[in-house]
Design a protein around this ligand. Structure first.
Ligand code: ADE
Length: 232
């Protein structure tokens, strides 16, 4: 899969591309992340990428010409990061991970010229009801979430147990030592009894979801086993 990110601040992506799971996936060519500097498509002497808004007001707007030109160099769905967009979630990430190539435009300042949105953008996406200085972090966040769903990037079991994959929050995790200053790991996890461990984890997932995010359970059919566990 190829993820293009159009930005005025390409340097912000260097750590993202070199570290940890994403860094390894890029090294193994499981994934391509193509950072496109919008300024490279400004053909005037001063390479001016933004300008004052028509009608007045605070802040600057990213100019249409460099964006239209940059978009000519990429393929696939075009996503624009904006607080006005649909809320990003795991379901959308799973859908986007099926694509061969996608492009994320990271907005900045007051945003991009609306003519680009109207004629080139397939989906406007927000990462939550708050306002950031720019779309670079949202673009990174979405790319990270999508990238780990690309086959081979992480183990399938890892994302199948994720929060939200089965519509539930994740269960608690523990590692060695089995006891730290009197705090013990739940006995069942040390038992080696796979079925009991699985049941305990499902029960903890259900409990957490019920206590913390009851909204996730609305409209979600409970399985027979889940119903039994909730009744206990
Ligand atoms: N740009 C600024 N704030 C944003 C948000 N919450 N989501 C997506 N893009 C943004």
């Amino acid at each position: 899969m190829k993820i293009n990110i159009l930005t005025l601040f390409p340097e912000m992506f260097s750590g993202f591309k070199s570290e940890s799971i994403i860094g390894k996936a890029l090294e193994k060519n499981l994934l391509e992340i193509n950072i496109v500097n919008i300024r490279d498509f400004c053909y005037d002497k001063h390479k001016q990428a933004d300008d004052m808004p028509f009608g007045g007001g605070a802040g600057m707007v990213i100019k249409p010409e460099p964006l239209f030109r940059a978009l000519e160099t990429v393929k696939g769905k075009v996503i624009y990061t904006t607080p006005q967009g649909v809320k990003f979630n795991q379901k959308l990430a799973i859908e986007l991970a099926q694509e061969e190539e996608i492009t994320i435009i990271a907005g900045h300042y007051e945003g991009i010229d609306e003519r680009v949105v109207e004629s080139k953008v397939d989906l406007e996406v927000s990462i939550g009801d708050f306002v950031l200085t720019g779309g670079e972090l949202p673009a990174m966040m979405m790319a990270d979430c999508i990238a780990r769903l690309v086959p081979g990037v992480i183990k399938k079991e890892s994302y199948e147990n994720d929060s939200f994959f089965n519509g539930l929050l994740d269960y608690p995790h523990y590692t060695r030592p089995a006891e730290y200053e009197g705090m013990k790991v739940p006995e069942v996890l040390l038992s080696g009894h796979h079925k009991n461990i699985e049941t305990w984890r499902l029960k903890e997932s259900l409990k957490r979801t019920y206590l913390r995010r009851r909204d996730l359970l609305v409209g979600r059919e409970l399985s027979k086993e889940e119903k039994k566990l909730l009744a206990e």
